[in-house]
Write a protein that binds this ligand. Structure first.
Ligand code: S3P
Length: 456
């Protein structure tokens, strides 16, 4: 397919900007192949953490490879509003953060807008709850204002935090009255790195040790990076599901190198696995074991996947991933694997449509409270393309080998849905018209340009 058939949208309002979204539509032609190599942008989770931890450290933090997308921009804007100097965020530019220390945030004169970013809002709740005598209000776009926040505000209240919000503290806007916190032992209700990280950040200035116990291991970027910044943090318990922070040491600014985001790489891995003739290498992908569930599932499906040049970059494992097209078998996933691939389930649903047999996803009820209800949205949008799938309370059952056809589909403002549907369009019969494609800018602003280039 000539790349010109991907009509790139012009400047568009971003989902997090609060501006009314104009519905734009992208025509995605089927067919063609994917060849060559691609470098995905920096890991979103690590980018947020590098900005936030740099802000509360003493001295300067230099971040190379920070994701220049809507979500980290929201984090940077909130930090600037509290007096933190963060240099301009642009493609291939190092970002410098001048830390203000553990308790140095100024009280912002206005509300803090977290845009579309759950990570920004949840980690900031933990960071701000202990800032005595200061008042903060966090809000976000329509999607974020629908997402559950009591899972963070509740455990923080056990440490003494005062956080109020709509629906009894469940929904943003959330008002935080900063006060001194005490250490506690907290069992989190869900395996969520956002909840865990919020508590670990609050623990840094509590009056005693705090232990967070998760039901299953969620991504551990905060633990790795907090340690590198000098926090007194230990990981214990079955599978590393218990983390203790002892308050005391201040954090010291660091040089952080952000690896490519495996959640962004996932679109290319599935795209190459399902598209006849494809041979694609995704470079510099973060391979933290708490994130590599997608690779395990693709391997189980029989995908032709190779990890090349495994290395360590600034405390995180990294490698290049080569994927070629080949026949795929259905998969069954659930349990403790889900947190290790939670953001990849929309694109795995697309892979399942192209596999032989019936794929089953269970234990994935968390998808209902992501940027959209991703189980419902993927079921709705893939059905419009002819997929045969059933939606359950906690997952999907997907019939493989049923040909997809082009249709008018909608990202419903969700970045991962937009890119997953683009992957589905590659194997559909006829053109797909994707509405609201600009949602991709939340985590991967260059996605449409990369897609055009890889298909050229
Ligand atoms: C994230 C954790 C995950 C993930 C999100 C980013 C993080 O959310 O879905 O995209 O950076 O900590 P949960 O921790 O709520 O599962």
């Amino acid at each position: 397919m000539p790349s010109s058939e991907i009509a790139l949208p012009g400047p568009l309002p971003s989902p997090g900007s609060g501006a009314p979204l104009l519905t734009s539509e992208l025509r995605l032609a089927a067919g063609g192949s994917l060849r060559g190599s691609v470098k995905v942008p920096g890991d979103k989770s690590i980018s947020h953490r590098a900005l936030l931890f740099g802000a509360i450290a003493e001295g300067e933090t230099r971040i190379d490879g920070l994701l220049p997308a809507e979500d980290p921009l929201s984090t940077a804007a909130c930090l600037r509003a509290m007096g933190v100097e963060v240099s301009a965020i642009a493609v291939d530019q190092p970002v410098l953060v001048r830390g203000v220390g553990l308790d140095g945030f100024q009280e912002p004169a206005d509300i803090l807008d977290c845009g579309n970013s759950g990570t920004t809002m949840r980690l900031m709740l933990g960071l701000l709850a202990g800032r005595s005598g200061r008042h903060f209000v966090l809000t976000g776009d329509a999607s974020l204002r629908r997402r559950p926040m009591r899972r963070v505000a509740g455990p923080l209240a056990e440490m003494g935090a005062t956080i109020a919000g709509r629906r009894g503290g469940e929904l943003a806007p959330l008002a935080i009255q900063g006060r001194a916190l005490h250490g506690a032992t907290i069992r989190t209700p869900v395996a969520s790195a956002q909840v865990k990280s919020a508590l670990l950040l609050a623990a840094l200035t509590a009056d005693g040790p705090t232990t967070v116990i998760e039901p299953a291991l969620s991504r551990d970027h905060s633990e790795r990076m907090l340690r590198a910044f000098g926090a007194d943090l230990s990981v214990h318990g079955p599978g590393g599901t218990e983390v203790t922070v002892r308050p005391g040491p201040g954090l010291r600014g660091q040089a952080v190198t952000v690896p490519g985001d495996i959640s962004s790489a996932a679109f290319w891995l599935v795209a190459a696995a399902i598209t006849p003739g494809a041979d694609l290498t995704v470079q510099n992908v973060g391979l933290n074991p708490s994130r590599t569930g997608i690779l395990e599932v693709l391997e189980r499906m029989g995908a032709r996947l190779e990890v090349l040049d495994r290395r360590d970059v600034a405390g995180e494992p990294v490698g290049d991933l080569r994927v070629c097209h080949g026949p795929l078998q259905a998969f069954t996933i659930g349990g403790d694997l889900i947190p290790r691939l939670v953001d990849e389930i929309p694109v795995l649903a697309v892979a399942a449509c192209c596999a032989e047999g019936v794929s089953r996803i269970s234990g994935a009820e968390e998808l209902r409270v992501k940027e959209t209800d991703r189980l419902a949205v993927m079921a709705r949008q893939l059905s419009a393309m002819g997929a045969q799938l059933e939606e359950h309370a906690d997952g999907l059952t997907i019939m493989g080998g049923v040909p997809l056809h082009g249709a008018t589909v909608n990202s419903e403002t969700d970045h991962r849905v937009a890119m997953s549907l683009a992957v589905a369009s590659l194997v559909a019969r006829g053109d797909t018209f994707l509405q609201d494609p600009e949602a991709a800018a939340v985590s991967y602003p260059g996605f449409w340009v990369d897609l055009a280039r890889l298909r050229a």
